[in-house]
Design a protein around this ligand. Structure first.
Ligand code: AMP
Length: 298
């Protein structure tokens, strides 16, 4: 297995100004693995309860996503949230961790040699347990969110120190580093020993910081944004899926991966849940990638 993706897998209730959905397939691994699967077939490491409809798992299987690393507990993780008119930030109504609280990730043997590891949004203690079972040389991308920054900051910082690339949205970066300035925030995170910090700015694109470089990816001018849930996970999955396919982690490849991640995230936002991700193909994504390139030329 070249790429493994760790994170939540669950059911989401979502309200946006453009509609609502109940018990949608969600969780960070659902979005990230679907996004990565345009480039490479990943394996996921997560847990669901027996109440998870099997048709949801079929959606992932159909895309060639490996489920050997999926454990089964009693009750599935559930998240409900809403978005206000600008839709840049999810407001959580309820997080029911359920089986995630008992999750003790044990990697199948063929996952342990993965060269690429996406530590998606889940309890940082579980992210750390996964890293104990993977290769030291693996390229690790870590994503998280306000919930874990508030509840498990020390463990999250430990996990971040072991990662090569840290991905956060702007408000999470400010919260993690206790500064309103994103440049200072990125520097603080780089000082923890990571190589790349990517700060997502919702519809306004994403910023990449290294110790001596800076790159800014445009936001795609979407006319019909309906539900941004999972856009961040699609960004992460698209980015690391591309790196894993190219088998490179140098700066030019990371920049291309960021644009691919942004393109997939923009498709995700156009429909509720994973609806668009199971409709589009790599040609659609490449077409949008070219538009991203044009937007940046001057
Ligand atoms: P995002 O890409 O940030 O929009 O992530 C959306 C996904 O994150 C949703 O499908 C939720 O199920 C999942 N999620 C929400 N809260 C948490 C949490 N505390 N831990 C793990 N996953 C979560």
């Amino acid at each position: 297995m070249d790429l493994i993706i760790v994170g939540s897998l669950g059911l989401d209730d979502i309200i946006t100004p453009f509609g609502k959905a109940t018990s949608n397939l969600g969780g960070s691994t659902a979005y990230a693995s679907l996004a990565a699967s345009f480039f490479i077939k990943p394996g996921i490491v997560s847990i669901v309860g027996n109440d998870m409809p099997r048709k949801n798992l079929q959606v992932l299987k159909k895309r060639g996503i490996d489920l050997e690393g999926l454990s089964f507990g009693k009750k599935t993780f559930r998240w409900s949230g809403f978005y206000e008119y600008d839709m840049n930030e999810a407001k959580t109504l309820k997080t029911e961790l359920n089986s995630i609280t008992q999750f003790n990730p044990i990697l199948p043997n063929n996952y342990r040699n993965a060269d690429y590891v996406l530590l998606g949004n889940i309890d940082p203690e579980q992210q750390l347990k996964v890293l104990k079972q993977t290769k030291k040389e693996a390229f690790v991308l870590i994503d998280s969110m306000n919930f874990w920054i508030e509840n498990k900051k020390a463990k999250l910082l430990q996990a971040i120190k072991k990662a090569n690339l840290v991905l956060l949205n702007d408000s999470e970066a400010r919260q993690l580093s206790d500064t309103p300035n994103l440049v200072k925030s990125a520097k603080q995170i780089l000082n923890l020993g990571v190589d790349y910090v990517v700060i997502k700015k919702g519809e306004h694109g994403a910023l990449l910081f290294t110790n001596d470089d800076h790159f800014s990816a445009a936001g795609y001018p979407l006319e019909n944004a309906k539900d941004p849930t999972g856009a961040g996970d699609c960004f992460a999955g698209g980015l690391i899926g591309f790196l894993a396919k190219e088998r490179k982690t140098d700066l030019p490849t990371i920049k291309k991966g960021i644009v691919y991640g942004s393109a997939i995230a923009s498709f995700c936002t156009e429909k509720f849940g994973v609806e668009n991700l199971i409709k589009i193909n790599l040609d659609d994504i490449k077409e949008r990638y070219e538009i991203f390139r044009k937007i940046r030329e001057f």
